[in-house]
Design a protein around this ligand. Structure first.
Ligand SMILES: Cc1cc2nc3c(=O)[nH]c(=O)nc-3n(C[C@H](O)[C@H](O)[C@H](O)COP(=O)(O)O)c2cc1C
Length: 201
């Protein structure tokens, strides 16, 4: 079984609907560590050594967060800035993350149709998440397209929330247990556009 680290970043969890529901669906899963960054570091004083040790102890690293200005919430950006050190994450001796799988679980206020070339948000989510794709690449990680939930602003009906939460759990189970077609997933704009194509069984 692969070990999965979920770096969870939401600065206003009490108000959260979708991230809270997604998180509930995967909490308590065997071999899955949910690490709430805003709870751990309310003053933004990240313990770099502890974070690096956590990463080293897992095979798959997931960043779960709401899309904020087409990017991550500030604490998760701070995490990238100080945890991904030269000589540890990248550079000639920086191989700590080599071979680990990386992907984002992101929730967006805008509908999927707004994330098209020339659309309301100008670019597809695949292009907007390219900085983290390049980061993963530089760190020798195996990048996967994001698990993306769109249209949160219009108010997702409860059955859609349940559907996304079940799919998230399904993705983590498949990755953990080796039933996930990594190569097939890489060709998708966001992985949950067609989970049946990438999850066996
Ligand atoms: C500071 C801030 C920036 C945001 N930026 C974006 C954005 O760039 N694109 C988008 O679709 N939604 C954006 N949103 C909406 C959030 O992504 C949305 O409210 C969130 O995904 C809802 O998740 P929750 O129910 O877990 O809080 C933003 C919200 C805030 C507060």
């Amino acid at each position: 079984m692969k070990r999965i680290l979920v770096l969870f970043a939401h600065p206003a969890l009490k108000k959260s609907k979708i991230n809270k529901a997604l998180r509930l669906a995967i909490e308590g899963m065997e071999q899955v560590t949910v690490h709430d960054l805003y709870a751990a570091y309310p003053e933004y004083l990240i313990d770099v050594e502890a974070e690096q040790a956590l990463c080293e102890a897992h095979d798959i690293i997931v960043m779960q967060h709401p899309f904020y200005w087409y990017s991550t919430p500030a604490l998760l950006k701070e995490w990238q800035d100080i945890v991904l050190e030269h000589g540890w994450a990248y550079g000639s001796t920086g191989k700590a993350l080599h071979g680990k799988i990386f992907f984002q679980v992101l929730t967006a206020g805008g509908g999927e149709e707004t994330y098209q070339t020339g659309g309301y948000n100008l670019f597809p989510v695949g292009e907007l998440t390219s900085p983290l794709r390049s980061t993963a690449n530089l760190c020798g990680m195996e990048w996967l397209p994001p698990f993306a939930v769109f249209g949160v602003h219009r108010g997702l009906p409860p059955d859609e929330v349940v559907h996304h939460a079940e799919n998230y759990r399904r993705v983590l189970l498949a990755l953990r247990d080796g039933h996930f077609d990594v190569e097939a997933a890489k060709g998708l704009e966001h992985m949950n556009v067609n989970l049946d194509a990438i999850i066996e069984g």
